[in-house]
Design a protein around this ligand. Sequence first.
Ligand code: GLN
Length: 446
Amino acid sequence: TADTLAQIHAKEDKTKAFITVTDDEAKKQAAAADAAGISADQPLAGVPLALKDNIITDGVLTTAASKILTGFIPVYDATVTKRLKAAGSVLVGKTNLDEFAMGSSTENSYYGPTHNAWDLDRVPGGSSGGSAAAVAAGEVVAALGSDTGGSIRQPAAFNGIFGIKPTYGRVSRWGLIAFGSSLDQIGVLSRRVKDSALILQQIAGQDENDDTSLPDPVPDYVAAMAGGVQGMRLALPEEYLGEGVSQGVRDAIEKAVDTLKKLGATVDTVSLPHTKYAVPTYYLIASSEASSNLQRFDGIRYGYRAQDVKNLEDVYVRTRSEGFGDEVKRRIMLGTFSLSAGFYDAYFNKAAKVRHLIQDDFTKVFADHDLIIAPTTPTPAFKIGEKVDDPVTMYMNDILTIPANLAGIPAASVPAGLVDGLPVGLQLMAKPLGESTIFKAAAAFE
Ligand code: GLN
């Protein structure tokens, strides 16, 4: 913990990956872990970890990178926070993100942007950009993130680290500040695949506080890493190598495919024909759910409240006008519109139907394949400021990660080499509850 805090303080100047560093509390927890010693029921005893700042932490400022949560200090822990503490882990801080996890670059943060660990002029990806940059810069060995449409995998790819979004329902969302409740999933980012396996092991599993959490027993993910890819049937969807995917990314993926073949896997080209509808479908569903989830930020219950207000309506209007950033407002308006009477069938309902077609595409491919492999992102990390004024271009950056959220399947990004000095990620997608298969294949890249 002392080393981790020293690394954080040495590097934060440049990366700006953290919103809060909990020095004193971390030192206390580390001392307690030292005193208790290592025991079998505390597999993460004394291991310092960081949490994305949309994960609730008892007694520690939790902001979701929004002005509207200024000064919000929760009085309870998210289930994942509780489980990490029970496993002995030490919380060293809360990492930066796009406000309410809405974004792909960590530029939509009230606290300012985080910088890519490989090139400070570039974005770390988003929305879990703080967690990814902190891990890649060597500030912390692993961190939790959340992934609604790619927010763990895309920053992992942009920073050359491993990141996994588990099956929807594998990890409890209780205490994750909700964005799109049917898509949100907490997962892990780390430099070593094994560290993510160890940590996911601790946070996964049913939770009585989240009815969407799955009752299935949690397998031993570290044990699953053994065995290799010999005989594994991999599918490469042609739609994921289409227009917009840069030559450098294609080359890196081709190399990764060769490696997997040499190790004994078979690779078939397949089609996921509804992929082209994923981005518009996602932005309707995610924004609709967000517009509903964000109603609770009313200036009464949490954080920021506008000053000198005339009446109750003024509290709501002014607090939300002043407290939310532009991207969050854009999503609330889009979502409110798509859910409103007269438009519901044409937009939200239509998107919900297309979502099923996208799910069916995956089911068909998984009938005779163990994993789908693809690039995680169309290009390596872009420059800070390059896409901020063009939301649609920013949204298109998520084209390769969004389908897995719509389908609820587990997906990860593993480092697949460098293009012009910037990391590229290989995405591994499995059928529901297929995390073990992902870990097994990811182990080939360590
Ligand atoms: N970039 C996507 C969005 O802006 C995904 C974000 C996420 O996964 N939280 O919604």
